[in-house]
Design a protein around this ligand. Sequence first.
Ligand code: DX5
Ligand code: ZN
Length: 220
Amino acid sequence: MTTFRIAPSILSADFARLGEEVRNVVAAGADIIHFDVMDNHYVPNLTIGPLVCEAIRPHVQVPIDVHLMVKPVDRIIPDFAKAGANIITFHPEGSEHIDRSLQLIRDHGCKAGLVLNPATPLHVLEHVMDKLDIILLMSVNPGFGGQSFIPHTLKKIAAVRQMINESGRDIMLEVDGGVKIDNIREIAAAGADTFVAGSAIFGKPDYKAVIDAMRAELAK
Ligand code: DX5
Ligand code: ZN
């Protein structure tokens, strides 16, 4: 049976109360904290870095999943590993040498993954499957929370699920962007096992009610 994981994106949290926000969302049932790093270069927005990762680390026991929307990516990887990240993913466009960047993440003791934008072809995964612990498929264009799920990514999720099954490896398949209570079931049916949700969770007063409702959909 698939283990489903809910990964709230703190991009939509109240940054003035971040420690409390991450504690609350973990108490509400989050399996992972999704940490969006934007550099105002690879994506047109600027968010948080290793200092903030280090600051929230003592507040939560669950894995911190650092999504690097950064170019170039290599220099910042060791900083996030030292700041307590457990998973680090990056976009192939952010690295000159994808295989080397994946290895760099693993050498620092973290799980490594690639992130594919809605228009990024799947062949980028082909020769690095053995270095991937996670594949993150964007279901919106990266840069902002609160966008709508792009429906054609469902086909892509199914295609990546097939690639993972054929590899025989245990690779997490995470989906990020526009995930809500009312579409999480079809995203899971397409083959995802890990669900990033920012505005759907932090945009509501009762985080547990949203996470419980998502789990109820996944159990259907
Ligand atoms: C977008 C980020 C997402 C974002 C998701 O570039 O990678 O993690 O926070 O937000 P929602 O769930 O609101 O689409
Ligand atoms: Zn993200």
